[in-house]
Design a protein around this ligand. Structure first.
Ligand SMILES: [Zn+2]
Length: 113
């Protein structure tokens, strides 16, 4: 996967294209991610102790991992705060890092990229 939990990503496809949000959950096996504030659905729920009224609840639904890109945080980058493709960079004695394809800025040192 090119993204991990807590990444800030831009959605590149679908109804929420162009929006950014933080990854809440990564579903590795299904290649989907749950992004804060993205892809809201109305879930119909029965009344429960937590929600005595029941009815419709707005809730995020997972989106395909392939339709989100990590956001570049480098202020000087042409793609600042936009989704960018990343490549990985390996340096001796340091964990594997992801860098912005455009500017080479290190986005996050993530062990499992
Ligand atoms: Zn960049």
């Amino acid at each position: 996967m090119h993204v991990v939990k807590d990444d800030i990503v831009e959605v590149m496809a679908g109804d929420d294209a162009g929006k950014t949000g933080k990854i809440l959950v990564v579903f590795t096996g299904r290649h989907r991610v749950l992004v804060e504030g993205i892809n809201y659905i109305n879930k119909h729920v029965r009344p429960s102790q937590k929600n005595p009224q029941g009815g419709r609840v707005q809730k995020e639904a997972p989106v395909a991992a392939s339709s989100v890109l990590v956001v570049c945080t480098n202020k000087n980058c042409a793609k600042h705060n936009r989704g960018v493709r990343t490549r990985s960079k390996r340096e001796k004695g340091k964990p594997m890092a992801r860098v912005c394809y455009k500017c080479g800025h290190v986005i996050a040192a993530a062990a499992e990229v």
